[in-house]
Design a protein around this ligand. Structure first.
Ligand SMILES: Cc1cc2nc3c(=O)[nH]c(=O)nc-3n(C[C@H](O)[C@H](O)[C@H](O)COP(=O)(O)OP(=O)(O)OC[C@H]3O[C@@H](n4cnc5c(N)ncnc54)[C@H](O)[C@@H]3O)c2cc1C
Length: 323
């Protein structure tokens, strides 16, 4: 039987949905133990959340030196934690941090790492991961060979999450991880201004394209997003035009998202855009051109002018959801 370690990420001291997914999945996998692992001065205060989502053991360091992500520091600590706990399967989110950190950890431990998982099965120590290739044009199933530790980075929103069970508890072990001689120092992290949920974590996304005509018209999408509790995304065309920031770009050279609902407004559905959002569960396309490629991917399509349709949708959702 395997021990599964879940590298848990927090945003504003809340366990990210992607980490909730992994802990809950690990808890159902029949593992001998589910180890919640987190680093930083808030790790102790946040530990209970990992237990509520299924961690049976928690390993952490409250060292404030981990408050800012430093690849050298984090990879040394993660490798040490894996060795000390005897975990053989490591689950983490295929977030920017996860993708930077875990190839380094894999190199330290001489083990395999599979990134961008969209499906995973664990039977005993056997791990299989389905992942997209060539910008989602096809899928591969990856397995591990001769790897005593198996690291899997899963995309967010691929696994179900149920409400936290706040009665669950876990044993907590605090570590003093050895610190390597650092070759790089993080001096400052400048956070983005958005208060909204990051696109990769969002359950509902409304993305706008060039059909919105100008930057100011994104207000229309923001209004609908406020009513639906959604996050607003964009195509590269509008990011390149300077209408919105790059952090909002969905696609091959932007973010990969897989929300429950993706509303594509005034965007054509270029292959590079689809690469970032075709894993969405329900896709609604609104486009004035009935032949736009996005309709081939859409679950529901509305052929029409976004400037007429979006305000109407906003009004109707306001009535339906907020009385
Ligand atoms: C290497 C590379 C990487 C790339 N990476 C990305 C990426 O990560 N993400 C990305 O998005 N793109 C990416 N692109 C760009 C991509 O090829 C497209 O150019 C881009 O996605 C098009 O953006 P768009 O759909 O907003 O614009 P357009 O293709 O111009 O589509 C605008 C759409 O709006 C519709 N429309 C117009 N008026 C209205 C209206 N009033 N109401 C409703 N609909 C209306 C039109 O019918 C049209 O379908 C990349 C390209 C390359 C070469």
């Amino acid at each position: 039987m395997s021990k599964i370690l879940v590298f848990s990420e927090f945003q504003n001291n809340n366990l990210k949905r992607s980490s909730q997914e992994l802990l809950q999945f690990a808890a159902k996998s029949g593992a001998e133990s589910v180890i919640g692992f987190s680093l930083g001065s808030q790790a102790g205060a946040n530990a209970a959340q990992m237990a509520h989502h299924g961690a049976t053991e928690i390993h952490l360091s409250k060292d404030a030196g981990f408050d800012a992500y430093n690849p050298e520091l984090f990879s040394a600590a993660a490798a040490e934690a894996i060795q000390k706990t005897g975990a053989t399967i490591i689950l983490a989110s295929a977030s920017a941090l996860g993708k930077d950190l875990f190839p380094r950890v894999a190199a330290k431990l001489s083990c395999g790492v599979v990134s961008d998982g969209v499906e995973i099965t664990i039977v005993g120590d056997d791990v299989k991961v389905k992942k997209p290739l060539y910008s989602g044009k096809c899928f591969a199933t990856a397995a591990f060979e001769n790897s005593s530790v198996k690291i899997v980075l899963m995309r967010a929103n691929q696994l179900p999450v149920v409400a936290a069970d706040t009665t669950k508890t876990a044993n907590i072990t605090e570590h003093n991880f050895a610190k390597p001689n650092l070759k790089t120092l993080i001096k400052e992290i400048v956070k983005g201004t958005s208060e909204k949920l990051d696109l990769t974590e969002a359950n509902i996304i409304i993305s706008g394209g060039r059909g919105l005509k100008e930057a100011g018209n994104f207000k229309m999408l923001n209004d609908l997003a406020d009513v639906l509790g959604a996050t607003v995304g964009a195509t590269r065309a509008v990011v390149d035009a300077g209408w919105v920031g790059h952090s909002m770009q969905v696609g091959q050279t932007g973010k990969t998202v897989a929300p429950s609902l993706y509303i594509a407004v005034g965007l054509s559905g270029a292959i590079q855009h689809l690469a970032g959002m075709s894993g969405s569960k329900v896709i609604v396309a609104i486009n004035s051109d009935a032949n736009a490629p996005i309709f081939q991917k859409a679950t529901y399509g509305i052929v029409g002018d976004a400037f007429e349709i979006i305000p109407k949708l906003t009004e109707e959702f306001k009535k339906a959801l907020h009385g």
